[in-house]
Structure formats: structure tokens, C-alpha cells
Ligand binder design. Sequence first.
Ligand code: SF4
Length: 220
Amino acid sequence: MADDAADRRDAEVDRLAAAIRACRLCRDAPLYHPRLPDEPRPILRINARARVLIASQAPGIRAHLSGVPFDDPSGDRLRAWMGLDRERFFGDGVLIAPMGFCFPGHTADKGDLPPRRECAGVWHRRLFALLPQVRLMLLIGRHAQAYHFRRLGRPLRAGQSQGDLVRDWRAHLGAGPRTFALPHPSWRNSAWIKRNPWFEAEVLPELRREIAQAMAEGAT
Ligand code: SF4
């Protein structure tokens, strides 16, 4: 009976993933300005069994072209933070669901635009309702942190900086899914990481311990 329910949820997640991958909303009928500049290529990795969720911002141009998220130096750093090799990172134990599934395009000075807001309104609530098995969430960047902490009933306080959120890591390990607010693993945050040695000394060992535990539970 329990297996039947799990199989039904697997099928539902697969159906929703297929619908997301076929989505063209921001190209054909965007709800917000501007229209998506490129053909949509939603990038996500989901299944109904994994216990660890990486909730990130949006794919960059490299992931847009390859279809593979975090296949770059930022991904290498994230895997090192998590204590996972590529095989486990891209295996069935880890979900990757950015706030915007498609590459949002570039700003005038060649930075990345923020994640498309359409995804949260159209897809995210349905998606996360289908993933109750998640027990550990890595929230990368401000957009993912604001959305998921609000969804979990713990909205960000006014003026709470990303540094505050990361530093308060012990407070995020309470009831409900355990969460880690993380800076983006990009080289752009190397100076912040150097200025805050407690991040590597205190947060990352605990993060690795939690990941190992969650993935071991998922494998049983
Ligand atoms: S960004 Fe989200 S809502 Fe927009 S086209 Fe891609 S999947 Fe659809």
C-alpha cells in the first residue's frame, strides 16, 4: 500500500517535471516585463525520493546552453561545501530547483537578471507540495531564501542581510525541514568567505554532517 502511494507520487512528480520542461510562459505570454530573451530551457532535477533540496536562483548562460546546472567552478565549490562528488551531487539523492527555471538573460552590464517571477506563481507551490520527503534544504541567494523562509512560515525580518541569515544557521535547524542559508558559491563571494572564517570553520562541517545523514536516511 505504501509502495503504491510512493509510486503514485513518483508519477505525479514526473508529470509535473514534464509540464515545467515544456513551459514557454515567459517567452510567449510573460506576466512581467521584459519577455524572456532566449528560447525557454527550464532546468531542474527532481524526484519524489531525494531528501536534500538545493533551492538556487536561476541558471546562468552556461547551464542554459548545456542543460546541466552547477557544471562550473561555482558547482565545484558547492560540491566541496557539501562534501559530495559529482556522481552523488547529480544522483537521485539531490534535488535542484531554482527560483527561476530558465536563464533570465543579461543586464546591460552583462550580469544576470534576477530569476523570473513567473515560476514561483505558476509552478513552485505545486512542486514543493509534491516533495514532502525533503528534510534538508540549501537556500542559495536572496531570492530563494526569501521565498522558502516565507513558505516555511519564517519570513525574513526587515533589514536582515544575507550575512545575518548565514550567520544564524543554528536557528534554521529547528522544526520542519532543516535549512541552511548559503551565499552563492561564485568567486564573487570569495572575499566575503575570507572575511567570515566561521563560515568554513563552523557552518560547512555541520552542513556536511546534515547532508550525509539526510542522504543515508534516503537510501534506507
Ligand atoms: S522561467 Fe519558469 S515560468 Fe518562465 S518559461 Fe521558464 S519555466 Fe516557464
